[in-house]
Design a protein around this ligand. Structure first.
Ligand code: PEP
Ligand code: MG
Length: 888
């Protein structure tokens, strides 16, 4: 098919193998019909009005003369090939008018069937089919559908007439109505149309067609279609194509049927026959569920000839499309007609199995198999989920912040979650929002639910890191801490109540919903192995504990890209030492606290290095502002007030603590005393951490292991910051490991200035790791938590921002800086290693950008490692294809 601008309608038979690539113009349905026609498959004749025509219609606010003329020309050809004419009073042609967008939007747009019938044509139709009842039933269905879709007459108005007629005629089912009854019904329907629209039902088939085409175009903009596109991130401006096709009838007696088949099982991916059919029925009967369809295998017994032809057609279509197909067909008087073929929707498990088997059957290459899996779908198979068959009492929906599903009793404080969770009870932590103070509770809870916060709120980020489910931003949730509970829609829940949350969908369910446990299937492992052969980008994990490291390694991480040491500081028993260190006012007290911390840190590092034996582990020195580890000043004032006026050593100590807490309070901690600035102001701190790392490496080596520790300095903006710290670290490491075993020292790149002077900083750094969380905040001047709670949602809704920049990297701004830093860094130090360890390291779209920018690796939370492996491979395949100019 040669596509020409300004050609608004194509006959199906104009299709060629190129039609496979012409979905953008013909829509999925039109392209499928063209392809099937070109394969010589039995497709009722017809034509497709293009998506370009739809866009033209929407821009002009009506059908242009050119479109009307081309439709008329195509209709002439259709009448010729069908050997029938629209509106003919002896043997009329009937057509269907159906929507078909480029990406299928099932059930979202409108369809008109049996178009072309009128008072004269119906008589000819009765005569030519020899079935008067059937003809009048088709006519009344047409009025009803046209009335609903085109004339916007409420469906119920017609249903009410049908119901009262059935009562009058003593008919139980529609099928009990005679031809005479139906003639009467048609008159009633026509009256409904007249009453509701003020005009009589059109008897002009040309007018019927034109109005129907417009109505299908208009249905692109129905609220349900718009929200579907929003949900699935589809463009709003592409428009839908419309197919006009000669009707065939599956309801012409027992040698006729209609059905749907998949070439493989869409829920398991198994080979074999999967689908159903209904004898003597039209497509809508299957959808309406009036009668129960039969399994497709039984069709052989009823319609052996058509069944044989169907099997052969399925095989051909699957080979042609090289993918599992979802096929609609009709059998009219034992003759098979194909009405639609498209790539079938499938579960993640089926997608994996089908991709693997098709590669093993040599239908597709391994690289292509890797591109067939939607990385975001992998969450389905890597986390528990609610049994899709279960009947659920859904209480509310929030944001799907961290995948997986969990059931537990509700608890309202992190301390209670820690206590009850620690004692082995399953609990869900329910909070208005979470802060770093809640982490100890989140760790022990099975999941977290918050009323506020977005997809990158604290709760979301921590939960994803921990691999536990979270639902955030659940607006219906009203926390009433005084009553010790929360309510949703006036229903109250307290600590004895159980809920289930599903962080992959955002659902909050009453009671304990049945969960399905995931497992890393053989199919997944095989596909990931192929992905590993294909990708250039390395994949590491962000992990802070030996357990996380172990999990990351088992999910295929090739190292740790970020080990945040502050999480180790937060652990029970350690926080006191950290506080002693910060609150100390003498050098001796500081040294004492640091020397108590050092063995604890060393132990942690040793555990992680052992788990990651032979793989690099990038350990970041302390980053957050010190006040995050201190008691809250309000709490301290309260305690002081409780003690009254009496002087005591406790009161003196609280006052001393208050002085330090208040001296550390900052107007803007994000840009305050944190990151490497801490290391400079409190030199003993980084020295202690560097020694703990070097000694851990030494101990691991003495056990015969091959530890590869890397030390990373956060939030560097000036070369001189890193230079000083590097000298100190090198000295400590040299003391422990000797000059022969250098530990690589690098920096996070989290500030725009660092990107601009990357060539200078590179002189001091063996590697850069882009902290794209902070780099996004500092580049855009957005504080993540503030933006998410205040205005990000309206920015996204209003289209000011297309994507949440904390989820998908802002390529034009932050991305440009990353690219600049990579270029300048490499020019200055060609062997510098470049990675990303912000949240974006696990986001498929961002991963593609990082691949294109030439980074060496991405690092993400352990559970996202498989997603990143797959996305990195897809980026490599797609990049290669684009370079070769392949569009499909
Ligand atoms: C970052 O800023 O991207 C990063 C990984 O550091 P953190 O999220 O710990 O600030
Ligand atoms: Mg950071």
């Amino acid at each position: 098919m040669t596509v020409a601008r300004g050609t608004f309608a194509y006959e199906f038979s104009e299709g060629s193998e190129q039609a496979l690539a012409s979905k953008e113009i013909l829509g999925g349905k039109g392209a499928g019909l063209a392809a099937m026609s070109s394969l010589g498959l039995p497709v009722p004749p017809g034509f497709t009005i293009t998506t370009e025509a739809c866009r033209d219609y929407m821009a002009a606010g009506g059908l242009s003369g050119e479109i009307v003329e081309q439709v008329e020309r195509q209709l002439g050809k259709l009448e010729e090939s069908a050997g029938k004419r629209l509106g003919d009073s002896e043997d009329p042609l009937l057509v269907s008018v159906r929507s078909g967008a480029t990406v299928s939007m099932p059930g979202m747009m409108d369809t008109v069937l049996n178009l072309g019938l009128g008072d004269a044509a119906v008589e000819g139709f009765a005569a030519s089919t020899g079935d008067e009842r059937f003809a009048y039933d088709s006519y009344r269905r047409f009025i009803q559908m046209f009335g609903d879709v085109v004339l916007k007459v409420e469906h119920e108005k017609f249903e009410a007439e049908l119901e009262s007629l059935k009562i009058e005629a003593g008919a139980e089912d529609d099928t009990d109505l005679s031809a005479e009854d139906l003639k009467g019904l048609i008159e009633r329907y026509k009256r409904v149309v007249e009453d509701e629209t003020g005009s009589s039902f059109s008897q002009d088939p040309r007018e019927q067609l034109e109005l129907s085409i417009q109505a299908v175009f208009d249905s692109w903009n129905t609220p349900r279609a718009i929200s579907y596109r929003k949900e699935f991130d589809l463009p709003d401006d592409s428009g839908t194509a419309v197919t006009v096709q000669a009707m065939v009838f599956g309801n012409m007696g027992d040698s006729s049927a209609t059905g749907v088949v998949f070439t493989r099982d869409p829920s398991t991916g198994d080979q074999g026959l999967w689908g159903e059919f209904l004898l003597n029925a039209q497509g809508e009967d299957v959808v309406a569920g009036i009668r129960t369809p039969k399994p497709i295998a039984e069709m052989e017994a009823f319609l052996p000839r058509a069944f044989g032809e169907l099997l052969e057609t399925m095989r051909r279509l699957e080979n042609e499309y090289r993918d599992m197909q979802d096929i609609e067909f009709t059998v009219e008087r034992d003759k098979l007609y194909m009405l639609q073929t498209r790539s079938g929707k499938r579960t993640a498990a089926a997608a994996l199995k089908i991709a693997r088997e098709m590669a093993e059957e040599d239908i597709i290459s391994r690289e292509e198999a890797v591109t067939r899996i939607d990385p975001s779908q992998l969450d389905q198979v890597l986390h528990p989920y609610i049994d899709p068959e279960a009947e659920l009492e859904i209480l509310a929906e929030g944001l799907p912040a961290s995948p997986g599903a969990a059931t537990g009793k509700v608890v309202f404080s992190a301390d209670e979650a820690e206590e009850r969770g620690g004692a082995g009870e399953s609990v869900i932590l329910v909070r208005k929002e979470t802060t770093p103070d809640d982490v100890h509770g989140m760790v022990r809870a099975k999941g977290t639910l918050t009323a506020l916060g977005g997809m990158t709120s604290h709760a979301a980020v921590v939960a994803r890191g921990l691999g536990i489910p979270a639902v955030t931003g659940c607006k219906a949730l009203k926390i009433d801490s005084s009553a010790g509970g929360f309510s949703i829609d006036g229903k109250t829940f307290t600590g004895e109540d159980t809920i289930t949350i599903e962080g992959s969908t955002g659902r909050v369910v009453e009671g304990a919903a049945p969960l399905v446990e995931p497992e890393m299937s053989g199919d997944l492992e095989r596909l990931l192995a192929w992905a590993d052969e294909t990708r250039d980008l390395g994949v590491r994990a962000n992990a802070d504990t030996p357990e996380d490291a172990n999990r990351a390694r088992s999910l295929g991480a090739e190292g740790i890209g970020l080990c945040r040491t502050e999480h180790m500081f937060m652990q029970e028993g350690r926080l006191e030492i950290v506080r002693d260190m910060i609150l100390s006012d003498t050098d001796e007290a500081t040294t004492d606290a640091l020397s108590r911390l050092e063995p604890l840190q060393r132990g942690d590092f040793e555990g992680i290095l052992e788990e990651m034996d032979g793989l690099p582990v990038t350990i970041r020195l302390l980053d957050p502002p010190l006040h995050e580890f201190l008691p809250d000043s309000v709490d301290l004032y309260e305690r002081l007030a409780e003690l009254g006026d009496e002087e005591s050593s406790e009161a003196t100590e609280i006052r001393r603590q208050l002085r330090v807490v208040e001296s550390l309070e900052e107007a803007n901690p994000m840009l305050g005393l944190r990151g490497c600035r801490l290391g400079i102001v409190r030199p003993g701190l980084y020295r202690m951490q560097a020694r703990a790392i070097a000694e851990a490496a030494k101990n691991a080596r003495e056990k015969g292991l091959n530890p590869i520790a890397e030390i990373m300095v956060p939030l560097v903006g000036f070369r001189t910051e890193l230079a000083g710290i590097r000298t100190e670290i090198e000295a400590v490491v040299g003391e422990v490991l000797g000059p022969e075993s250098p530990v690589r020292i690098g920096t996070m790149i989290e500030l725009p200035r660092a990107c601009v002077v990357a060539h200078e900083i590179a002189q001091e750094a063996d590697f850069f790791s882009f902290g794209t969380n902070d780099l996004t905040q500092t580049t855009c001047g957005l504080s993540r938590d503030d933006a998410e709670s205040a205005f990000l949602a309206s920015y996204l809704e209003g289209g000011i921002l297309e994507k949440n920049p904390f989820q998908t990297v802002d390529q034009d701004g932050v991305g440009e800086l990353v690219a600049m830093a990579c270029k300048r860094g490499r020019e200055s130090r060609p062997d510098i290693k470049l990675g990303v360890c912000g949240e974006h390291g696990g986001d498929p779209e961002s991963i593609r950008f990082f691949h294109e920018t030439g980074l060496d690796y991405v690092s993400c939370s352990p559970y996202r490692v498989p997603v990143a492996r797959l996305a990195a491979a897809q980026a490599a395949v797609n990049g290669e294809r684009e370079a070769l100019g392949v569009t499909r």
